[in-house]
Design a binder for this molecule. Structure first.
Ligand SMILES: Cc1cc2nc3c(=O)[nH]c(=O)nc-3n(C[C@H](O)[C@H](O)[C@H](O)COP(=O)(O)O)c2cc1C
Length: 204
C-alpha cells in the first residue's frame, strides 16, 4: 500500500516537510510506503474553467507538476496534503494545483482515505484545514483524523521539529491512516494503542 503526500510549501525541506515526514515515518512502521511530491517554488497554473477536462479526462494543461501528481494518484491508496499557512489559508499555489486536480481527476481519488496538515508560525491552522478538507469531502473521501487537529507550529524551516505535541499529532495521524487502510483491506485490525499524551504549551 502507498500514500501520496503533497508538500504545498515552496520549501522542499521546510516545516511542512518535517510534518509530512513524521506521518510517513509512522506509516513506514506499519508497512505502508509513502511518496512526498513538493509543489516547488515555480508558478503553478490555476484552473481557467475551460471545461476541457470533461472531454479529455485530464487537465488541458500538461505541466510537469500536474502530470507527476496525476500519475502518482493512479497507484496511491490514500493522500495527505500538507500546506504552510499563508494569511490563514493554504498556499495559493497549492490551491491552484488542487483546483485543477480535483476538477479533472476526482475519479483517481474517490473513496481513498485523505488527511490535510497545516503548518504555521502561530494562527490560521484550523481555517487552512477547513479549506483543504473541503476538497476531500466533496469527493467521497473518508477523512482520517488524529488526537488533535492536524497542525504543527514553526516559523523558519526546520523549527517545526521542536513542536513535540504537533509531531505526536502527526504520528497519531499516520497510525490512524495505516489502521484505516488495513481495515479497508480486510477489516480485522484493532484500534491503535495511543502514545502517552504530550502537551507543548506556547508560554511556559
Ligand atoms: C506569505 C506568508 C503568509 C503567512 N501567513 C501566516 C499566517 O497567517 N499565520 C501563521 O501562523 N503563519 C503564517 N506564515 C508563516 C508560515 O506559515 C510558517 O513560516 C510555516 O512554518 C512555513 O512552512 P514551510 O517551512 O513548510 O514553508 C506565513 C508565511 C508567509 C510566507
Amino acid at each position: 500500500m502507498k500514500v501520496l503526500m503533497i508538500n504545498g510549501s515552496p520549501h522542499a525541506k521546510g516545516n511542512t516537510y518535517v510534518a509530512l515526514r513524521e506521518v510517513a515515518g509512522e506509516l513506514e512502521k506499519n508497512g505502508i510506503d509513502s511518496e512526498i511530491i513538493s509543489i516547488g517554488a515555480k508558478a503553478v497554473q490555476g484552473c481557467i474553467a475551460c471545461g476541457k477536462c470533461a472531454e479529455l479526462g485530464r487537465c488541458v494543461f500538461n505541466d510537469t507538476l500536474y502530470d507527476k501528481v496525476r500519475t502518482a494518484l493512479q497507484t496511491a491508496d490514500a493522500i495527505v496534503i500538507g500546506s504552510p499557512v499563508y494569511y490563514a489559508g493554504p498556499n495559493g499555489s497549492l490551491c491552484a494545483l488542487l483546483d485543477r486536480l480535483f476538477y479533472s481527476a476526482s475519479d483517481l481519488m474517490q473513496y481513498k482515505p485523505a488527511a490535510a496538515v497545516a503548518v504555521c508560525r502561530r494562527s490560521g491552522g484550523s481555517a487552512t484545514l477547513d479549506r483543504l478538507n473541503k476538497y476531500f469531502t466533496i469527493t467521497n473521501m473518508p477523512v482520517v483524523s488524529s488526537q488533535y487537529w492536524n497542525i504543527v507550529h514553526g516559523r523558519t524551516p526546520g523549527e517545526a521539529s521542536q513542536d513535540a505535541e504537533g509531531l505526536q499529532t502527526m504520528r497519531t495521524l499516520g497510525r490512524n491512516m495505516a489502521w484505516m487502510l488495513k481495515n479497508m483491506e480486510d477489516g480485522r485490525h484493532p484500534a491503535p494503542t495511543p502514545e502517552p499524551r504530550v502537551m507543548t504549551n506556547f508560554i511556559r
